[in-house]
Write a protein that binds this ligand. Structure first.
Ligand code: MG
Length: 245
């Protein structure tokens, strides 16, 4: 673990769920999937919906084709599996994110230091990226962002299934961000609560900050990181950084 913070970063990448957003992840996911399955009840049973959803998500996670964004990969697989066209199911999906998804907000709440982290990063002229797993459509990510008390204007880039071609924990996801913001990976700091999905950014050449408030430790091996601490410590750490030019 480094003890000095004299490194000149140009960008702060920060995870949303369990990092900037205080989220009851398990219950949120259960409620999310159940509600979405309910929307598709005219087409298939909840069990079949969940099976096809996860299979399609797996195909999206395994995608290595840089020509296809996550959205395309997911819907190609999901629609093929349930035997419906994208055009047919899109109104259901849109209706879900407009009317049902916002009701899941009881599972998330503002973290008192989230806005402070972003404010301090802006004070240092850091490029701010909301590096949330791009398995979600923008509609779902913008909603969750609003639960955290932050706004889309706080970020130069928000990663979603529509604008990214890889997912966490593929290091290519982090390289794609670095390229999108035109910043070398070694000048990026990635902060997140997941010992695999966020810390793997080190394989893309980034420094990492493990945010421990709601740590998601998969317990496979001892996590390696550049820095660690609570979100409050991340705010303090950024405050001590030299200003980015
Ligand atoms: Mg997270």
């Amino acid at each position: 673990m480094k003890t000095t913070n004299d490194k000149r970063y140009q960008a702060l990448l920060v995870d949303l769920d369990g990092t900037l957003l205080d989220l009851d992840h398990e219950n949120f996911l259960r409620a999310y999937i159940e509600a979405l399955a309910g929307k598709f009840s005219a087409y298939l049973s909840t069990d079949n919906f969940i099976r096809h959803l996860f299979e399609a998500i797996n195909v999206m996670l395994e995608n290595h084709d840089p020509q296809k964004n996550n959205e395309t990969v997911f819907y190609e697989e999901f629609c093929r599996r349930i035997g419906q066209s994208r055009r047919q199911i899109q109104p259901l999906v849109d209706d879900f994110y407009r009317h049902d998804f916002p009701k899941l907000n009881s599972w998330g709440s503002e973290h008192p230091y989230a806005s402070r982290v972003i404010k301090k990063a802006k004070n240092k002229n850091l490029i701010c990226v909301l590096a949330t797993d791009p398995v979600f459509p923008a509609a779902a990510t913008l909603q969750r962002l609003s639960w955290s008390g932050l706004s889309p204007a706080d970020f130069q880039l928000i990663t979603t299934m529509e604008n990214m071609h890889f997912c966490k924990p593929n290091p290519a996801y982090y390289l794609e961000i670095a390229e999108a913001i035109n910043c070398p990976p070694h000048q990026c700091l990635m902060a997140g609560n997941d010992t695999l999905e966020d810390l793997i950014s080190s394989e893309a050449g980034m420094d990492t900050f493990l945010v421990e408030d709601l740590i998601f430790d998969r317990g496979n091996e001892e996590p390696t990181f550049t820095y660690r601490g609570k979100l409050q410590d991340l705010a303090r750490f950024i405050d001590g950084l030299p200003e980015s030019s």
